[in-house]
Design a protein around this ligand. Sequence first.
Ligand code: MN
Length: 418
Amino acid sequence: MPLTQSWIASANDADHPFPLNNLPCGVFSTDELEPRCGVAIGDMILDMARAEETGLVDLVEDPLFDLPYWNDLMEQGPAVWAALRARLTTLLAADSPERAKIEPMLVPAAEATLHMPFVVSEYTDFYAGRHHATNVGTMFRGAENALPPNWLHLPIGYNGRASSVCVSGTDIRRPWGQLKSPDHSAPAFLPSRRFDLELELGAVVGTASEGPVTVDEADAMIFGYVLLNDWSARDIQAWEYQPLGPFQAKATATSISPWIVTRAALDPFRTAPPPREVELLAHLRDTGPMLYDIDLDISLAPAGKPATTIARTNYREMYYSSAQQLAHHTTSGCPMNPGDLLGSGTVSGPERHNRGSLLELSWGGKEPLTLDTGETRTFLEDGDTLTLHGQANGDGYRIGFGTCTGTLLPALPDPYAR
Ligand code: MN
């Protein structure tokens, strides 16, 4: 599928993240406008509240867009999602007869502040990248026990905290916690010294489930995807994770990109899963290409200095798709709701420069990275800014995710010293 031409010139640039083929969903405000739903098109944002108010977008009886979240639209289900995409494509296409009506509803993205695009009802994070699980398992338990015995049979996950999810641009505070790092013989309560990132994709569940769903049904429930950084305190994690998995190590913050890229926009980039070493049970079996060819990278900028790209990978490296994760999540009867966020797990590839965390890139801190500035890093230092990028590359266009960024602030003084 080629680029769909728009009357908005910037959207026709082959390198722009937001062409007409994309139409990602976000929430924005300006000096004049309260936070509301918007759709990115080139360098502009279409004010969906106004498009609805004037009747140019008229999907259902209730208003869906004069709200600071996309949950109400998501609840309407795939037929309404498709109708919205078709209507916006018509309004913004090069030959649109309604250009003059739409033009005053466009806000320059440079003048807008972006907010959380949806209310996160619950947050689950998975561990579904085989290279990542092998690397981390080797460091934590040795090469013989790297992959847990269940890993090739089901997507392992843990219930995270919806309250910890924040939008790109939010500063992250280095946490304190109980840790037992290699340089400490006894547990101690200290600021984390091994604070890290995890490069992930987040799937945004759009519709509710009651009872178990199939992989195909799960795929149809997914509204779209965001970039996700699962900030992780490795020294807290290493001490606390057995037997119930990560807890405080992952509870400080999880950053997401401000634009939800819809499943429809990513459809041309579907790829098959990797060969299965162990056949999956019927309810998790592959039914089609449910991964996506999405280039991902991580850049790290020390305070006041230029950024270095420290890793490049691709979402097709995952072992389990978000649809398989979502299907697995429902097997117990666990109800899923609009606004549920599922972290993919760290997206690492086979080579060293494909690794999606500093834990892997520096091999547990033993092999420091050298940045373009000449500085070295094992884990994050105060003032470091981490930025994730993602894009699917089409024929003369790209489907961009924008960026997911955050700056690490120093730990506060001992919170219990009072
Ligand atoms: Mn994670």
